[in-house]
Design a protein around this ligand. Sequence first.
Ligand code: ZN
Length: 171
Amino acid sequence: MTKLMILEFPDPRLRIKAAPVEHVDDKLRRLIDDMFETMYEAPGIGLAATQVDVHQRLLVTDVSSDRSAPHVLINPIILEKDGVAVTEEGCLSVPGYYEEVERANHIRVSFLDRDGESSELDVEGLLAVCIQHEIDHLDGKLFVDYLSEAKRGRIRKKLEKERRHQASAAL
Ligand code: ZN
């Protein structure tokens, strides 16, 4: 398995809207395995293909603390959502920042599993929030988009500055 590079805000590639997966094959399953490894090593609880510069509708999650609840959702579609959950969210593409975001507390979502079979999940709480966050990535949307423009601008400036420092240190 290979650890993949995660794009970081404000990289414009994070704004690309992902296309539906057409074939669930071994190549896609290798990508899924690599995405799990990348997510676990980061560590994170969710990763969308968009974040590793693959613009197909695919996400992985595991909100457990011991890697016991992995989920793969290919071409996910939210069928129902209700309730309100306000969660302090972070994102592997916005490292070091955590802000409260309001989303639905319960969702029902349809998707293809890693064998290409149709499946559904009916979930609430953190897993529901995580899936909504990752589907946003597939639509080119980030959690910082829910914040004020001023706050988003401050985060962007700080991350750009940190990256410039890293770049010069690498020379
Ligand atoms: Zn994210």
